[in-house]
Design a protein around this ligand. Structure first.
Ligand code: AMP
Ligand code: GLY
Length: 426
């Protein structure tokens, strides 16, 4: 089959890499792809913002399966348009993608269906927002309603921080129009887990659990980013807690959507806080996590193309996904200045040496010329390795990191440390 992946980041590189291993896949294309992806798939130029032209362009490629990576085309209804042209798509409809596209919709949805989440207030003006920020007498979290590439959430520990953030969001300064309506919620404490499932609307297959590291500096300090690194290890969650998440969160979410007339077909990503009162939803994403997908694809044994084709057709196999035993770790190498402004065009060295030792370097923001890969984004590479234990996977990943260089490269040194410190699953 001919498979088209939509997107240009590390997640898409990992999907391309894994799809190419399926015996039934003859050709993988990626629109628009990046420097690293162009060495493994045919990259097709295209603008993800121009929806009409994009759908026509995809129809002219006539893929047997389209896998949509990022949230914006899903929120704009790409899956619906492709389906109306008779194409098979792994990615939810526009109505289903509102779980990610509007924080207000997703919080009100959770309230309607009794899905555990932080208490919250919706705010459209400064006065309501300032009052809401005082409501729980402790830290609060401000969330822009619309899509903001991971930058629309601000955790505030006191009144002056929340006042500043409220003004920055409501004025449009922080994330433009996405922030003119807000959710303000109670801050939760606990450990975060990314729990993702594949579903065709009926069958639900959990992916292995992962833990992301959102803050830019070690020990979870500094502003939030798109994700600085992830590890994947079955030992993150006990069986009992995984089952509880399925029962209290995943199934009620899919059932709630169904009751509202929406069939969810794609990856449902639940960003969870495991609190002392149990798992609570911090956010939904309507797509594969990034960088979660990089260590997940590096451990997945099951044929991804056949699995996603079944999902798109509405007959996802109920056979549980199989994973290489052990763990995998992805450390994200970023440009100087990220998550603020950064320069591009720095030459990247050491990728071959890093891969010679068994790691896989997924490209997030690169271009390539005839000789070199050059940086072309804030998050540049997802340096990914496996091991029989989490400790071995972590050592292997940081060994690979030590091979790689570009001007100004920075990364977190403590990816997976939470898992290594934990003596028992959550
Ligand atoms: P979100 O995009 O909603 O997942 O938020 C991004 C990050 O902000 C999360 O991964 C958490 O680290 C943090 N966060 C979001 N909501 C809360 C909350 N209610 N309590 C504590 N931290 C939160
Ligand atoms: N890693 C978090 C996300 O994909 O939104």
């Amino acid at each position: 089959m001919k498979v088209l992946v939509i997107g240009s980041g590390g997640r898409e590189h990992a999907l391309v890499w894994k799809l190419r291993q399926s015996p039934s896949v003859k050709q993988v294309l990626c629109l628009p792809g990046n420097g690293g992806i162009s060495r493994e798939a045919q990259c097709v130029a295209g603008d993800l913002k121009k929806m009409d032209r994009l759908a026509e362009h995809i129809a002219s490629i006539a893929p047997d399966l389209t896998v949509v990576g990022p949230e914006a085309p899903l929120a704009s209804g790409l899956s619906d348009t492709l389906a109306s042209k008779g194409l098979l798509v792994a990615g939810p409809s526009q109505a289903a993608a509102r779980l990610e596209g509007s924080k207000i919709f997703s919080k009100q949805f959770m309230r309607r269906h009794d899905i555990p989440t932080a208490d919250f207030v919706v705010c459209e003006d400064r006065e309501t927002a300032l009052a809401a920020a005082q409501r729980w007498g402790g830290p609060v979290v401000l969330k822009a309603d619309g899509l903001a590439a991971g930058k629309g959430v601000v955790v505030c520990s006191n009144a002056s921080e929340s006042e500043q953030a409220i003004d920055a969001l409501l004025s449009g300064r922080l994330v433009g129009d996405a922030g003119r309506r807000l959710v303000i919620e109670e801050a939760l404490t606990g450990e975060e887990v990314s729990f993702q499932v594949l579903t065709d609307g009926n069958t639900v297959l959990p992916l292995a659990p992962t833990q992301d590291h959102k803050a830019v500096w070690d020990d979870d300090r500094g502003p939030n980013t798109g994700g600085m690194g992830v590890y994947c290890d079955d030992a993150i969650l006990s069986n009992a807690l995984s089952q509880r998440i399925m029962k209290e969160i995943v199934h009620p979410t899919l059932d709630g959507l169904r009751k509202e007339g929406i069939t969810y077909r794609g990856v449902l990503y639940c960003g969870l806080m495991i609190t002392k009162d149990g798992p609570k939803v911090l956010e939904y994403n309507a797509r594969f996590g990034d960088p979660e997908t990089q260590p997940l694809m590096f451990r997945l044994r099951t044929d991804l193309a056949e699995t996603l084709l079944g999902l798109a057709r509405g007959n996802l196999s109920s056979r549980p996904l199989e994973w290489v035993p052990g763990a995998s770790v992805c450390v994200v190498a970023c440009s100087a200045g990220y998550p603020g402004s950064y320069e591009s065009g720095k030459i990247i060295s050491g990728i071959e040496q890093a891969e010679a030792a068994g790691a896989k370097i997924f490209h997030a923001g690169t271009t390539s010329n005839n000789h070199d890969f050059l940086t072309a984004g804030g998050r540049v590479l997802g340096i990914t390795a496996r091991g029989e234990t989490l400790a071995a996977a972590t050592r292997n990943a940081y060994h690979a990191v030590s091979c790689i260089h570009f001007d100004g490269m920075h990364y977190r040194h403590d990816i997976a440390q939470k898992g290594l410190r934990r003596s028992q699953p959550l």
